[in-house]
Design a protein around this ligand. Structure first.
Ligand SMILES: [Zn+2]
Length: 361
């Protein structure tokens, strides 16, 4: 079965919004062999799905940051694909934790209920969610780990938004490439070479500064090849449906690479490191005190009645040369001074209304 050609057939159609909590996944949990591997701070069960009975063991987790839901949707799509794939089921045994941080997912927060960033808790393992992950890691003894996240809208490669990014995390400050790290680089290289045919120039490498408190660095340091998958965002695509598909495809490509032994270390070296020069909305030529200035607006994701809405916030005011935007609006230079005070951090709704700019994301 061709993954991309049949994507719309197996893709799960339930998840319409950016909000995704444990309850939204009940149907998925019921369809597969699912086990409770621990409980969150607020005592919500953390569940892991088992698929396949092959020799190569892969541990995957998503939503370690509760508000990073697109990766989970991509993962669920991949799970549905696996369900019908006898070849991959015979090669691999997957243990999959779709939502590692159920409390964060519930409140649409990066943090767990103790306000801890779980991805800074790898060494300490002070939180029940971190303990559950490490316990499964220790008993399952995976050959590979896949660590799934969503990244912010401001990452770019040249003038294009970073739709996906990847990393084989460092194992020390010197960023030594040992055989473990090289293996995950080889998988990412294979993904990159294939994905370039579909989203050329929109694939980046995530920052590889070493931090042993992060799970990717920690597990790769312990000796398990670990891959960071970051779901980004295509231009002005706030539903992230496009990047969802590409991350799902990347999970598929990883399994093909590993089962066919076609690691591509050379291609990894070609991947450009992403920058953070993108913004959500850029307004040019706003007249403030007779000076034409630019305003950078960031959309803050806010949970309201089980739906994520985007609130425009003023991020910066000034003159910005080297910046790219999901949406740019150049105002008429002859407009009058704006009549009210604006500051960085303000809600920009009033400002946008003033210029009759309506955002429909
Ligand atoms: Zn994250």
């Amino acid at each position: 079965m061709d993954f991309l050609l049949s994507y719309n057939n197996f893709k799960s159609s339930e998840f319409k919004n950016r909000y995704l909590n444990v309850t939204s996944l009940n149907k998925v949990y019921n369809l597969f062999s699912t086990k409770i591997i621990g409980y969150s701070v607020n005592k919500i069960p953390i569940k892991a799905i088992s698929i396949g009975n092959g020799n190569i063991k892969i541990l995957i987790w998503s939503q370690m940051h509760g508000n990073e839901t697109t990766s989970t949707k991509a993962l669920i799509d991949f799970i549905y694909f696996l369900n019908n794939n006898t070849y991959l089921n015979s090669c691999f045994t997957f243990k999959i934790i779709p939502i590692l941080n159920p409390d964060g997912a519930e409140t649409y927060s990066r943090f767990n209920a103790n306000k801890i960033d779980l991805n800074r808790d790898a060494k300490k393992q002070s939180q029940p969610e971190s303990k559950a992950l490490i316990e499964l890691y220790n008993t399952f003894k995976p050959d590979f780990c896949f660590n799934l996240h969503d990244q912010k809208t401001f990452y770019n490669i040249n003038d294009l938004p970073a739709v996906t990014s990847f990393l084989s995390p460092s194992i020390n400050k010197e960023k030594t490439i040992n055989s473990i790290r090289k293996k995950s680089m080889g998988v990412i290289g294979y993904i990159y070479k294939n994905l370039q045919n579909h989203i050329p120039g929109k694939i980046g490498l995530y920052n590889d500064d070493f931090n042993l408190n992060c799970f990717g660095d920690y597990l790769q340091f312990l000796g398990t090849p670990t891959i960071l998958f970051e779901t980004g965002q295509d231009k002005n695509s706030y539903s992230r449906e496009k990047s969802r598909k590409w991350i799902s495809f990347s999970l598929y490509l990883s399994s093909i690479c590993i089962s066919n032994n076609c690691y591509d270390f050379e291609s990894y070296k070609q991947i450009p490191v992403q920058s953070n020069l993108y913004c959500d909305l850029l307004l040019r030529n706003i007249k403030i005190n007779e000076l034409l200035q630019d305003i950078i607006i960031e959309y803050k994701e806010v949970l309201l009645n089980n739906t994520v809405i985007f609130v425009p916030i003023i991020k910066n005011i000034g003159f910005f040369d080297k910046i790219f935007a999901h949406k740019s609006i150049i105002l008429d230079k002859n407009m009058k001074n704006i009549k009210f005070k604006i500051s960085i951090g303000d809600d920009a709704t009033k400002l946008l209304k003033y210029f009759k700019i309506y955002i429909n994301l």
